[in-house]
Ligand binder design. Structure first.
Ligand SMILES: [Zn+2]
Length: 108
């Protein structure tokens, strides 16, 4: 485990969601940092991307532990979260993934 693994701490109840947001805020406001914020926080590129789209750290921590969504909530088609091409958006009261270029978009 990395020294400052935000999601791991969240998963194991060592910090709350609010504390995770505070820690992230501190890292982002520290302009002297040359290391990317997500690396300091122990997030992968895709975890950070989902957070940037509006997912909570708790959502991302849950995905890390239990697996990422692999279906687009718009068209139901497959999404390989490792390959990007998706957006994390709230749908049906929770954060889910949709294609950036969804085959079904605009056809309804
Ligand atoms: Zn889709």
């Amino acid at each position: 485990m990395k020294e400052n693994d935000l999601l791991d701490k969240l998963t194991h109840g060592k910090i709350t969601s609010d504390e995770a947001n505070d820690i992230c805020g501190d890292v982002l406001s520290d302009t002297s940092q040359t290391t990317p914020a997500h690396e300091i926080l122990g997030l992968s590129q895709k975890e950070w991307t989902a957070y940037a789209h509006g997912a909570d750290f708790k959502d991302v921590a849950d995905w890390r532990q239990h697996g990422w969504p692999d279906r687009c909530f718009v068209c139901g088609g497959k999404i390989d979260s490792d390959n990007f091409g998706w957006l994390a958006r709230e749908f049906g009261g929770k954060i889910q993934l949709k294609h950036i270029v969804c085959p079904k978009a605009g056809k309804t």
